[in-house]
Ligand binder design. Structure first.
Ligand SMILES: [Zn+2]
Ligand SMILES: [Zn+2]
Length: 391
């Protein structure tokens, strides 16, 4: 059988599972679970994979809602990643329900490819993308050591085969001042809120003089108790992002200096803690991205390979992409004016257009698995590109 025939067969297999896959997606959508609490989603996904002949390891990397499902043996080991966590209050406003069903569909449809050409297909359940960077932990704990290639597709508003995602680190800060009557004895107080506001002002000034793609943004989580008390305590959470790790390291100190300066000026004491989870920038494997784009095009989608104007935030897939050749394309499920992490995007993730996007993405992934499994030279090319960029 030639490759094109096999691709058509695999695509038909996903169409035949349309009902099951959309049911899985909608079930996860209507039962949103936050990071590391995705008990139902992990159970439904592993059950489906198990019923379809995959070997399942639940709770991998000491994360109860992570899993590793595998079919076949040996090399190349191609992993398709599933996300399934929701956002606080907004539910599946990032469409991770679609990512989950897409990964499972692509995995199951890749079985005939593995039967025919050898190698193995993995579906990796990666929890807590939004809040805790589950893949960062899984990467550190070695789950990608035996993986040759990692792929996933995220829903969005464009069809695009590559993603620009920034290195990102969180910073928690607290200022400790001294309470006093704000009108009767203000001279006795040390104003922790003013320290925080001065730090914001310093960061706003700094922002004029940093590289274009770097981002610094934060919120105040404690700004005092009452207007007539000089705030003795303030707290905030910030995110510092940059295009690469080197610049992030530089920026870290400059951002911290804004807080140190504000502490000195106000007399408040500063305590700070950098986050444990550092998101790495995403390295797109262009050989893989091209294959994926061609397969999406064969399904009638206009896919751009790269578009520097389409910036993304940060993703824990960045950390995976530093270890193994990876792609993290987007499939359009909503009009361009709708933004992710909004109630409108949550509705799109449960719409017909959403299901259509999930099926096309699953087909293109399974077709890319064929391109890889059937052509050892292509796998070598993917790996060479990865090595070159590593040098
Ligand atoms: Zn997401
Ligand atoms: Zn998100």
């Amino acid at each position: 059988m030639n490759i094109e025939k096999l691709k058509a067969q695999v695509s038909g297999e996903i169409d035949a599972r349309r009902h099951q896959l959309s049911e899985l997606s909608l079930k996860i959508h209507s039962n949103p679970e936050l990071g590391f609490q995705e008990v139902k989603a992990a159970a439904w996904l592993t059950q489906y994979l198990e019923e379809n002949g995959f070997s399942i390891e639940r709770g991998v990397c000491q994360l109860p809602t992570a899993f590793r499902a595998s079919y076949g043996q040996g090399k190349p080991a191609i992993a398709i990643l599933a996300e399934y966590d929701a956002l606080p209050k907004l539910g599946h406003a990032c469409g991770h329900n679609l990512i989950a069903a897409c990964a499972v569909g692509a995995g199951v449809a890749s079985k005939p490819t593995i039967d025919r050409f050898g190698g193995s297909i993995l579906v990796l359940g990666t929890p807590a993308e939004e809040l805790y960077g589950g893949k960062v932990i899984m990467a550190e704990r070695g789950v990608f050591n035996s993986v040759d290639i990692a792929m996933m597709v995220h829903p969005g508003v464009y069809d695009i085969a590559t993603t620009q995602a920034l290195a990102c680190l969180a910073l928690e800060v607290e200022f400790f001042g001294k309470a006093a009557h704000a009108a009767a004895q203000p001279e006795e107080g040390i104003n922790a809120l003013e320290a925080m506001l001065n730090a914001f002002a310093a960061i706003n000034s700094l922002r004029q003089h940093i590289k274009d793609k770097a981002r610094i943004h934060g919120i105040i989580t404690d700004g005092g108790e009452a207007a007539n008390i000089v705030p003795a305590h303030s707290a905030g959470t910030f995110l510092v992002r940059a295009e690469d790790d080197t610049y992030l390291d530089k920026l870290k100190q400059r951002v911290l200096n804004c807080f140190i300066g504000a502490a000195t000026a106000s007399g408040a004491r500063l305590e700070y803690k950098w986050g444990d989870t550092r998101y790495a920038p995403l390295r797109n494997n262009l050989t893989l991205a091209q294959l994926f784009a061609q397969n999406m095009q064969s399904l009638g989608r206009e896919v751009k390979l790269h578009d520097p104007s389409k910036a993304f935030g940060s993703t824990d897939m960045g950390n995976v992409s530093q270890l193994v050749p990876s792609i993290h394309p987007f499939v359009a499920i909503a009009p361009v004016e709708i933004t992710a992490h909004s109630p409108q995007f949550a509705s799109a993730a449960a719409s017909e257009t959403g299901t259509h996007g999930l099926l096309d993405a699953a087909k293109a992934l399974a077709m890319t698995v064929i391109d890889l499994a059937a052509n050892p030279k292509v796998v070598i090319k993917v790996k060479e590109e990865f090595q070159q960029k590593n040098d």
